[in-house]
Design a protein around this ligand. Structure first.
Ligand SMILES: Cc1cc2nc3c(=O)[nH]c(=O)nc-3n(C[C@H](O)[C@H](O)[C@H](O)COP(=O)(O)OP(=O)(O)OC[C@H]3O[C@@H](n4cnc5c(N)ncnc54)[C@H](O)[C@@H]3O)c2cc1C
Length: 399
């Protein structure tokens, strides 16, 4: 007897787990999550910095953050497992008028969308947050108290444990190797795209599973999973490297995530050390997950420039790591049905925001599958068809 499921989710990272939770929460529990690794969290979720922020520039990202941060603040109570949400804030520091204006404009938009606690801060305020910062060139910035961090592994496990308590099944160590699509006649659509088939099941290393609905939650591997159904998905992997310092007491025990807008360097406390991050513009797309030791010097140069004391911090390159961002051409997620394969749903391409937006993306995907629309946002904005119709979004606050 072959297996059947109402919904199959490919990938059990934080996003697949959130979709499973939100489906179950809305009463859909005949759900099978398929994960090729022996443990959850071996993809991007286990590599994340865990940052959550509402300080974005586009309305859709602000709305998704607003829902998600509120969710994280109630996660332990609602999901029954800890998220380790720490509201330590994000502090953006501008060193030129253009960046300062940009922060002010974003703040207006954030306030208009209900994120009421984004404050404009002066150089003097910034020194109070982190007295060790070099501020001679800082003109000001913005701070949002409810931005902060979560533990991505705990959030992923919490979503999945709760979903499983309600009957969702999880198959570990099982690869999805094919997606069966029954070909149907093409139907003309306003966008010019056509439905060419519908899902009838998935092939896996454990056998065939009959299903009408497949959710692609395969993180940086999402394009390969879409190809199994004959569909094109513009999601590319891009290496991202993080460097923790050894225990360091030259900075306060508690301070916000600090973003130096002049270089993009940002950092936060992680236990006794400091976690350093920087988006290397020379990085090129590809499945590179090895840490490049040459990155240490690049990031320490930026770190010491903004926080001179960090020049004294010790770094062991063996404790540094690399993971993959899942990038889309407009740096926004792709959420919603595939136009050419009925029953295939995307929840992919978070471009560095998949942890913080996991509550919203799971909820929106469950809404679209079960109701065809979501009250949370106008989900059409995130549909893949935007790359054909030219209605792409522009997010400039990418870290
Ligand atoms: C260094 C780094 C720092 C980051 N910092 C942040 C941050 O501060 N804040 C934030 O919000 N985001 C951050 N991100 C991004 C975030 O981690 C990702 O957007 C998020 O984890 C994506 O989750 P996911 O569940 O979609 O993907 P993943 O966690 O990669 O899960 C996908 C799963 O699919 C499985 N899979 C793939 N193909 C198949 C198949 N054929 N069959 C079965 N299983 C399959 C994989 O094994 C994997 O477990 C960071 C990422 C990196 C790399």
């Amino acid at each position: 007897m072959s297996e059947t499921a109402e919904v199959v989710i490919v990938g059990s990272g934080i996003v697949g787990s959130s979709v499973a939770y939100h489906l179950a929460e809305q009463g859909c529990t005949d759900v099978l999550v398929i994960e090729r690794e022996a443990h959850q969290g071996k993809g991007s979720t286990g590599k994340s910095m865990g940052g959550v922020r509402a300080q974005f520039s586009t309305p859709v990202n602000i709305q998704m953050s607003r829902y998600s941060i509120d969710f994280f603040s109630r996660f332990d109570e609602v999901v029954g497992h800890p998220a380790d949400y720490r509201a330590h804030g994000y502090l953006f520091c501008a060193t030129n008028e253009r960046h300062l204006e940009y922060l002010k404009t974003n703040r207006e938009r954030q306030l208009a969308l209900g994120v009421k606690n984004v404050e404009l801060v002066s150089r003097e305020d910034i020194v109070e947050f982190v007295p060790q910062l070099r501020v001679d060139d800082i003109l000001g910035g913005t701070f949002c108290q409810t931005d902060g961090f979560v533990d991505p592994h705990s959030v992923m496990m919490g979503f999945m444990l709760n979903a499983r308590e309600r009957g969702v099944r999880l198959w570990l160590d099982t690869q999805v190797t094919g997606i069966e699509v029954e070909r149907t006649a093409g139907t003309a659509k306003a966008s010019g795209l056509a439905q060419t088939g519908r899902i009838s099941g998935v092939m896996t290393s454990r056998g065939f599973v009959s299903t009408r609905i497949v959710v692609n939650a395969a993180g940086p591997w999402a394009a390969a999973v879409a190809r199994l159904a004959g569909a094109d998905l513009p999601v590319e992997p891009l290496r991202r490297q993080l460097v923790p310092t050894e225990p360091f007491d030259g900075l306060p025990q508690r301070f916000p995530m600090v973003i130096d807008m002049s270089t993009g360097f940002h950092f936060r406390r992680e236990g006794k050390g400091i976690l350093l991050a920087w988006n290397d513009p020379e990085e090129t797309p590809g499945f590179k997950t090895d840490f490049d030791p040459a990155f240490v010097e690049k990031i320490l140069t930026r770190a010491a420039d903004r926080v001179p004391r960090l020049a004294e911090a010790e770094v062991n390159p063996r404790r540094a790591w690399a993971g993959l961002y899942e990038m889309t051409p407009d740096h926004h997620a792709i959420i919603g049905p595939a136009p050419d394969v009925a029953g295939l749903y995307y929840v992919n391409g978070f471009s560095g925001h998949g942890v913080m937006h996991s509550p919203a993306s799971g909820r929106i995907t469950a809404d679209l599958i079960l109701n065809g629309y979501s009250k949370l946002i106008d989900a059409a904005q995130l549909n893949i068809e935007r790359f054909v119709t030219g209605k792409t979004l522009e997010e400039t606050a990418v870290l």
